[in-house]
Design a protein around this ligand. Structure first.
Ligand code: ZN
Length: 293
């Protein structure tokens, strides 16, 4: 999670920039081509028709990623240039399974399938998990990065979680994985500490999506800013996901502030300093244009 960026500009288009780069890097406002008729999938407040498949890609061995227009099916990302190799997730099966279990629990109240089996040619949202930001040519200090388009749900796109930058720390890895995938679904950064989209450190609970109207913040400055580049004064991640993805009837009331306690601290699970600028989100390329499929 990190990034800098020009968050809102008068008459800013849906493809406005939120550049996720480390401190000291001046964010660039790059005009992106606009679709004259973006269709329901680019509604800043979401779309009930968005596909609901989330693939957690354990980079066992390595993951090869190509720079270019976003495509989870083609392992392509607008966030990188050239062809890059994200090194493998190195913490073993037990940690991986715990991470998948955690992400499934966080998304359990919503109608979204979280899988770690490659969906192949089926369009999906994907989180590649492994390696370091340097593997992708990104600056150290970024824990995860996702394309983001001021709240527009992005389809068939890849976000990244850099596991080697976290250590073998499931609460932290789960937080970043749900945070970055949240960006793909259109969620903004917010202040409410228990929420996955907050930057505030873990306390006693796993992060999750909360039924709470929170103000949003600029990830570069940490200062309050309107959500979705000025579209809304607050964000409620639980209601947003329930609206966009659908509510799983088993969790008809959501998880609320479910007291889902963290495991005891461990030397192998160090705290991760993720503020400021530990998440990168950027939309300075045509990532949110309607895709062909
Ligand atoms: Zn973020």
């Amino acid at each position: 999670m990190s990034a800098s960026g020009i968050r809102f500009v008068p008459d800013y288009p849906a493809l406005a920039i939120l550049v996720g780069i480390l401190a000291g890097v001046v964010p660039a406002l790059a005009a992106s081509p606009m679709s004259p008729d973006p269709g329901p999938e680019t509604n800043p407040l979401g779309s009930p028709t968005a596909p609901t498949l989330l693939y957690l890609n354990r980079c066992a061995g390595n993951c090869i990623v190509h720079g270019g227009p976003d495509s989870a099916v083609n392992n392509a990302s607008s966030l990188i240039s050239g062809t890059r190799t994200l090194l493998g997730f190195s913490y073993g099966d037990e940690s991986w399974n715990a991470l998948v279990k955690c992400a499934r629990r966080v998304y359990a109240p919503y109608l979204i399938a979280v899988t770690d089996t490659d969906p192949g040619n089926v369009p999906h949202r994907e989180v590649m998990i492994g390696g370091t930001p340097g593997n992708l040519g990104l600056s150290s200090g970024i824990l995860g990065i996702a394309p983001w388009a001021c709240g527009t749900p992005l389809l068939n796109t890849i976000a990244f979680v850099f596991s080697a930058a976290h250590g073998d720390n499931i609460p932290e890895l789960c937080w970043t994985a749900t945070h970055e995938s949240g960006h793909l679904i259109g969620l903004d950064h917010e202040f409410h500490q228990p929420d996955s989209m907050s930057y505030d450190a873990l306390t006693t609970q796993f992060k999750h999506f909360t039924n709470f109207d929170s103000e949003c913040f600029d990830q570069n400055t940490g200062q309050q800013t309107p959500c979705y580049c000025g579209v809304a004064s607050t964000q409620n991640t639980d209601l947003r996901l329930a609206t966009d993805l659908g509510r799983d009837r088993v969790f008809s009331d959501g998880m609320g502030e479910d007291p889902w306690e963290l495991p005891p601290p461990s030397p192998s699970a160090p705290l991760v300093n993720r503020s400021p600028l530990s998440c990168g989100t950027r939309t300075d390329r045509a990532t949110s244009l309607p895709l062909a499929w």
